[in-house]
Design a binder for this molecule. Structure first.
Ligand SMILES: [Mn+2]
Length: 339
C-alpha cells in the first residue's frame, strides 16, 4: 500500500508531476451481461482492492509508480438512452487518452467496451487511421466471436467479432474454452485469428508444450498491440464473481506470463490495455483483487517496456490541452437498438 494513500486512486497513489504517463480509466459499463450482475460496480471495487497490492514489482525491481505519474481518471458515466449511444459515449471518453502520449488502461465493465476502445485507438499515432496495423491479444474464456447474442451484435459475447469487423489486423486468443460451432469454424478459417484453446494449454499431459508455443507466438509479435484481459479467462476459482465464471481456465501465473511476454516482445509495442468483466464479490475480495493484481502487472510491464525503449511516447500533452474526438460511429453505423 502507498504510504500516502489516496482513496479512489489506483494503488492509492497520489498524482505526481504535471503530465500523465499511465491513465487508469474506470468504465462501469453494463448493458448486456448475460449471466450474473455486478460488472458496473467492478472498476470501483478493483480500485479499492488495489490499495492492498504490493507496490514492489520484481521485474521492474522498483516500487510503483517508479518515477512515473499514474492518474486515475474520473469514472465514465453513461447516460445514453440505448446501447449504441453508450458505445459512442465510451469512444468519446477514451479518445483524449489515445493520442500516444499516455498509456491508457481501462478497467471494465463488460467486454463490450472493446469496440469503442478500437474506435478511439484509430487516431493513435502508431495506428494512423488503419486498425489493420493493430494486433489484439485477448485473454478470455469465450471466443467473443458471435454474430449476435440475444439479437444484440454489440453484446460482450461479440466483442472480438466487432473488433475484426472494424478492421483490426490480427487477433491472438488464449484461455478459450466456451464457444459455439460457428465460432470454432470462424477461428479455423480466418487467417487473422490465432487461438490457443484452454483444452490444449491446460492439458495435464501436453499443456507445457502448448503453453511454450503460446509464449513463442507472443514473442514473435510485431507492431502495435492492444492487450484485452477478460478476467473470466482465468480459472473460475480465481474470479468466481465475474459475469460468467468458467472452470478449466488459466492459472494466475499463466496470466502473468502472458502479460510479461507480450510487453517483452522485442518487435512489438503494447500501446493500450483493458482488464474487464470485473465484478464485486460479496463474501471475498478474490475477484476484484485478482483483477487489481493483473492491472498492476500491466502497469509495471508497461513501465519496464518504456525503460527498455520499446514504448515510443509522443510528447506529453499539458492536461489543459487534452482533447479528443466525439464518437458517433456506433449510432451512425449501426443505428439505435432497443437496449
Ligand atoms: Mn470476453
Amino acid at each position: 500500500m502507498s504510504d500516502s494513500y489516496v482513496e479512489g486512486n489506483f494503488l492509492g497513489l497520489p498524482e505526481s508531476g504535471d503530465g500523465v504517463d499511465v491513465v487508469v480509466l474506470p468504465l462501469p459499463y453494463e448493458l448486456t451481461t448475460s449471466y450474473g450482475h455486478g460488472t458496473a460496480d467492478g472498476p470501483a471495487a478493483c480500485i479499492l482492492a488495489s490499495a492492498q497490492v504490493e507496490l514492489f514489482d520484481s521485474d521492474l525491481y522498483e516500487d510503483l509508480p517508479a518515477g512515473a505519474s499514474i492518474f486515475t481518471a474520473p469514472a465514465w458515466q453513461g447516460e445514453g438512452p440505448h446501447l449504441k449511444a453508450q458505445l459512442d459515449e465510451l469512444g468519446t471518453y477514451l479518445s483524449p487518452w489515445c493520442g500516444g502520449d499516455v498509456f491508457p488502461l481501462a478497467l471494465g465493465g463488460e467486454h463490450g467496451i472493446l469496440p469503442p476502445f478500437m474506435w478511439a485507438l484509430k487516431q493513435h499515432p502508431a495506428i494512423a487511421g488503419d486498425l489493420g496495423a493493430l494486433t489484439v491479444v485477448q485473454i478470455d474464456a469465450h471466443a467473443d466471436l458471435r454474430a449476435e447474442l440475444d439479437g444484440e451484435p454489440f453484446s460482450h459475447a461479440c466483442a472480438a467479432a466487432r473488433s475484426l469487423d472494424m478492421g483490426i489486423g490480427r487477433l491472438l486468443q488464449v484461455g478459450i474454452r466456451a464457444y459455439s460451432k460457428q465460432e470454432a469454424e470462424w477461428i479455423a478459417n480466418d487467417d487473422r485469428i490465432t487461438t490457443f484453446f484452454a483444452r490444449d494449454t491446460q492439458s495435464p499431459s501436453k499443456g507445457a508444450e502448448a503453453w511454450k508455443a503460446w509464449l513463442d507466438e507472443l514473442s514473435n509479435l510485431s507492431g502495435p498491440v492492444h492487450l484485452t484481459i477478460d478476467i473470466d479467462g482465468l480459472d473460475g476459482s480465481l474470479v468466481p464473481a465475474t459475469g460468467t465464471p468458467v472452470p478449466g481456465g488459466l492459472s494466475f501465473w499463466q496470466a502473468i506470463e502472458t502479460i510479461q511476454a507480450v510487453f517483452a516482445a522485442p518487435n512489438a509495442t503494447v500501446i493500450s490495455a483493458d482488464v474487464n468483466e470485473i465484478a464485486t464479490h460479496e463474501h471475498s475480495p478474490i475477484t476484484e483483487f485478482t483483477a487489481a493484481m493483473l492491472a498492476t502487472k500491466v502497469i509495471a510491464s508497461h513501465l519496464k517496456s518504456k525503460h527498455e525503449g520499446r514504448f515510443h511516447q509522443e510528447s506529453r500533452s499539458k492536461e489543459t490541452e487534452r482533447s479528443g474526438l466525439a464518437c458517433t460511429y456506433f449510432t451512425q453505423q449501426h443505428g439505435a437498438s432497443s437496449q
